[in-house]
Design a protein around this ligand. Structure first.
Ligand SMILES: [Zn+2]
Length: 280
């Protein structure tokens, strides 16, 4: 029986935050620099994880992708153009996904098994995506935020991993309650913004039940030197935009405090292979 204690499914959504921003390319390119900081941090902790990678980013930085692969991490899909699923048709989604997979293979990834929808946009309305993922050879997805959320969410899906069809399993991101909110406490902006006692308590709650914590972070989440601009996809809210920059300089020290809980950071494919066989 594999040891299921304290599993932290740390993951990076590897994307360029300037995409979708008006005149975004005029701002400084920070993707490689920020990603290297995560790679150093992972190496320091002797850990491997999953990078859900946008196809365009893989095309632009093939050397970075090769470096990530060489370090033993998993590369999975995060769409080709980072277009949310509700703005896609099943046909355009399939086209985008195939482009994503091809871009990853071309940049030196051996096989691609996983997928994460941009901004967790896999909801009840876009659940047609699961069949398409399976049809394209994807075996797991981590694309559902199982709560009501200002952007996207699929509350009825439930918190537990679910076998969708013979080929595909969905692993929703992990949530915990903070007052009336049910939030992905190990996700970028939430992880940075909420009080650390709450973050720690949330990790411990899951670890106590022998359940993993699924997460997501972005290159920009640790970038305290990025130029200020309005981020795409937050409906021009100045509060959300403020939070997008909040406390980035303490991101890695917060992650160090999570590591101090004796976590095991793990690639998603390894977790599924070694821990989920009979679990779903
Ligand atoms: Zn993303």
């Amino acid at each position: 029986m594999p040891d299921t204690n304290n599993i932290f499914l740390f993951s990076i959504d590897l994307e360029d935050v300037r995409e979708g921003v008006v005149n975004g390319s005029l701002y400084k390119d920070r993707v490689v620099n920020n990603t290297l900081k995560y790679l150093d941090w992972l190496e320091k902790n002797n850990s491997t994880c999953t990078f859900f990678t946008v196809g365009k980013v893989a095309e632009k930085y093939p050397d970075l992708i090769k470096q990530i692969v060489r370090a033993g991490h998993e590369i999975a899909c995060h769409s080709y153009s980072h277009t949310p699923l509700n703005l896609q048709t099943p046909e355009s989604f399939k086209f985008d996904l195939e482009k994503n997979i091809n871009a990853l293979l071309k940049s030196g990834v051996e096989s691609v098994k996983g997928f994460r929808a941009p901004v967790f946009s896999l909801t009840k309305d876009t659940s047609w995506a699961h069949e398409i993922l399976a049809g394209c050879g994807i075996t797991y997805s981590s694309s559902v935020l199982p709560a009501d959320n200002p952007l996207y969410g699929w509350k009825e899906f439930g918190a537990a991993p679910k076998q969708i069809n013979k080929k595909l399993i969905e692993l929703p991101v992990t949530l915990n309650r903070f007052g009336p909110l049910n939030i992905p406490f190990a996700g970028g902006v939430y992880f940075r913004s909420f009080p650390f006692w709450f973050i720690r308590k949330s990790f411990k709650k899951y670890f106590k039940n022998n359940e993993p914590v699924l997460s997501y972070f972005h290159p920009y989440d640790l970038d305290s030197e990025q130029e200020k601009f309005m981020h795409a996809g937050i409906n021009n809210s100045t509060l959300y935009n403020f939070l997008m920059y909040y406390n980035r300089k303490h991101m890695l020290s917060r992650l160090d405090k999570v590591v101090a809980l004796d976590v095991k950071i793990m690639r998603y494919d390894d977790y599924i292979k070694n821990h989920l066989k009979n679990g779903v």
